[in-house]
Design a protein around this ligand. Structure first.
Ligand code: ATP
Length: 370
């Protein structure tokens, strides 16, 4: 059934990459929308480009699809150079299917007509469109007009249209952003299953970390027009290489502290400074802090209840940590099971069972007030 390699993200037998971008740049009026897109995507892999708004994600997809010509760098698709300083293969000859953020469907055409639209001029367009509708579970809706469909169904039509010409690479721009929260999880799973079953190499861009972590084989984190780190979701979450990544992916308590004797001191203990030179950012995930009998005394100041869990905002008491009060970061967020009721004013003791992540922040300018 599946044409995917057994281990996603591993090159196929031929060892060929589906995509290799080297130093791709796109500048508009002397400003780099994408400064350096350097990225490899393996055959059959689902890779998510994740990053904050305006970091260059959409422009990256447009460069890959061929809707934008690079100012510098080169791009290979399935081992063939499609863009560099001498060559530029137009979008329709790249074998790439793209699903746009707004789907770009024709609302008054039927589902089948929309899917066939991407196959104009081909003798086999009906057969390919019917195949794509079957793949996306839309066979029963072929005669319906697009404006009569739900948001999730419309997204599947856009996906069917992109898959119908049997592209070798599928690009998805913020595929879930038009769906309401309740539908998002379900549609995400459906899309994941369709992509898996077809075995098509897929690059998805999103600013939603949960989306990226939950469906991608690997995540490429982008900031200010550059790929900063590429890795499996666990790797990106547990071992972020820079503060950009650590702060964007998941919730993080960050203590900025000076390094003294190769040690960093926080209200939750002193730790090895690791890579930090003069100044360190000590990154502590709220779920890594525990309540305990023995620990740093603190007081709950706020409780956010989420049903499945709760986040407490907890303030350390003056002088409670080994060596007295801290200038910054004297409040932390702690994520706990929601079973235990803890109200503002309640006194607790906190501990960190595992050493935290320590990053170098010697050249980092903290945000104003932080
Ligand atoms: P978002 O998630 O908000 O869509 P993004 O990460 O997809 O953001 P891009 O849309 O790629 O980011 O834009 C990156 C930067 O380049 C932005 O500052 C944007 O304003 C700028 N930009 C993009 N396209 C053009 C263009 N055609 N002309 C001028 N500037 C552009």
């Amino acid at each position: 059934m599946s044409a995917r390699p057994e281990r996603p993200g591993v090159p196929n037998e031929a060892g060929q990459l589906a995509l290799r971008a080297m130093g791709l740049r796109a500048s508009f009026d002397d400003t780099d929308a994408v400064a350096d897109l350097t990225l490899e995507v393996h055959q059959g892999e689902l890779l998510a480009i994740l990053g904050p708004s305006g970091c260059g994600k959409t422009t990256s997809l447009r460069l890959i699809a061929g809707f934008e010509a690079p100012t510098a760098g080169s791009l290979e698709l399935a081992g063939t150079v499609v863009a560099d300083d001498r060559r530029f293969v137009p979008p329709e000859r790249r074998g790439v299917g793209m699903v746009f953020q707004d789907y770009a469907l024709f609302p008054h055409m039927t589902v089948l007509e929309n899917v066939e639209y991407g196959l104009r001029g081909r003798d086999d367009k009906r057969a390919l469109a019917i195949e794509a509708l079957a793949t996306t579970g839309l066979s029963a809706l072929g005669d319906r007009r697009v404006h009569e469909l739900s948001g999730g169904e419309q997204q599947r039509v856009a996906l069917a249209r992109a898959l119908a010409p049997r592209p070798t690479l599928l690009l998805l721009d913020e595929p879930f952003s038009n769906l309401d929260l309740a539908l998002r999880g379900q549609v995400r799973q459906e899309l994941h299953d369709i992509v898996r079953e077809t075995g098509i190499t897929t690059v998805l861009v999103t600013h939603d970390q949960e989306e990226a972590l939950s469906i991608a084989d690997r995540v490429a984190f982008m900031a200010r027009g550059r790929i900063v780190q590429v890795g499996a979701p666990e790797e990106i979450y547990l071992h972020p290489r820079t503060l950009d990544v650590a702060e964007f992916i998941g919730d993080a308590n960050v203590f900025y502290v000076d390094v003294a004797d190769r040690t960093v001191r926080t209200p939750l203990g002193s730790f090895d400074a690791g890579p930090a030179r003069r100044r360190a950012a000590v990154v502590i995930r709220p779920e890594d802090i525990q309540l305990s009998e023995v620990g740093t005394p603190a007081t709950v100041i706020q409780r956010e209840y989420y049903g499945h869990d709760q986040v407490l905002h907890v303030r350390f008491e003056n002088g409670s940590a080994e060596d007295g009060p801290f200038e910054e970061g004297d409040t932390v967020r702690v994520r706990l099971s929601s079973r235990e009721r803890l109200d503002p004013g309640q006194r607790v003791a906190l501990r960190l069972p595992e050493p935290p992540l320590v990053l170098d922040a010697t050249d980092h300018e903290p945000a104003a007030g932080g």
